[in-house]
Design a protein around this ligand. Structure first.
Ligand SMILES: Cc1cc2nc3c(=O)[nH]c(=O)nc-3n(C[C@H](O)[C@H](O)[C@H](O)COP(=O)(O)O)c2cc1C
Length: 190
C-alpha cells in the first residue's frame, strides 16, 4: 500500500508532527507499506475561490498553488489524516485544503488520528463527516491525550501507554493492517 500521512497542522512547531512521527514509524514497520509524509504547511493556498464546486466543474482551472496540492495528494492507495483539534473541529486550513480535492481520494480508504483534551475526538468526528463527501471511506480512527507525556517529540509512546495491550500502539498497528486490506480490496475491485 502506498500510504500518504498528512499533517493537518500548519502551526510552526506543531505537536501534530509528533503523532505523524509515531504513525510513520509504525507504517515503516508494517509489511508492504510504503509511506510518505505530506505537510500541509508546505502547501499555502488561498481560501476556496473557485467559481463552481470543483466536483461539478469539468472546466476547472485550479491555481498553480492548488494544483501542486492536488498533485501531491493524488497517486496514493490510502490516506492517514493527522489533525489537531481546534475549537472542537478541524483547523480551517485543513478543511480548506480538502475542499479543493475531488477525484484524488475517491474509492481509496482513509484513517484519522488526532490528539487533545478528549483525544481529539471532536476533530475526528468532524473530519469523518467531511471525508465522507470525498468518497474516501474512513476505516478507523485513533486519538491520544494531549501530549507529552503520552507521546514525546520523537514520536515515542510512554512506557505506560506501550504496556497497555489495548492501548494506542496496538490500535495503530491494527488500523494499519485494516487500511492495507481495504486499500488492496478497493484497488483490485472490478
Ligand atoms: C485555535 C486553537 C483551538 C484549540 N481548540 C482545542 C480544542 O477544541 N480541543 C482541544 O483538545 N485542544 C484545543 N486546542 C489545543 C491544541 O490541542 C494544542 O494547541 C495542540 O498543540 C494543537 O496541535 P498543533 O500543535 O499540531 O497545532 C486548540 C488550539 C488552538 C491553537
Amino acid at each position: 500500500m502506498k500510504l500518504a500521512i498528512i499533517n493537518g497542522s500548519t502551526r510552526p512547531g506543531n505537536v501534530t508532527a509528533n503523532q505523524v512521527k509515531w504513525i510513520l514509524k509504525a507504517a515503516q514497520n508494517a509489511d508492504g507499506v510504503e509511506s510518505t509524509v505530506i505537510n500541509l504547511a508546505d502547501f499555502p493556498m488561498p481560501f476556496m475561490d473557485e467559481p463552481i464546486s470543483p466536483k461539478y466543474n469539468p472546466d476547472r482551472k485550479p491555481s498553480a498553488a492548488v494544483q501542486k496540492w492536488m498533485d501531491a495528494v493524488a497517486g496514493y492507495d490510502a490516506y492517514f489524516w493527522v489533525t489537531p483539534e481546534y475549537n472542537h473541529s478541524v483547523p480551517a486550513v485543513l478543511k480548506n485544503a480538502i475542499d479543493y480535492l475531488t477525484f484524488e481520494l475517491v474509492r481509496k480508504p482513509s484513517a484519522i488520528a488526532s490528539h487533545g483534551s478528549v483525544n481529539g475526538a471532536r476533530a475526528i468526528m468532524a473530519l469523518k463527516e467531511i471525508l465522507a463527501e470525498l468518497s474516501t471511506p474512513v476505516i478507523g480512527t485513533i486519538g491520544v491525550a494531549g501530549f507529552p507525556p503520552v507521546l514525546n517529540a520523537d514520536g515515542e509512546l510512554s512506557a505506560e501507554a506501550l504496556a497497555n495491550p489495548y492501548g494506542p500502539q496496538s490500535q495503530l498497528e491494527g488500523l494499519l493492517t485494516e487500511l492495507s486490506w481495504y486499500a488492496d480490496a478497493l484497488k483490485n475491485a472490478a
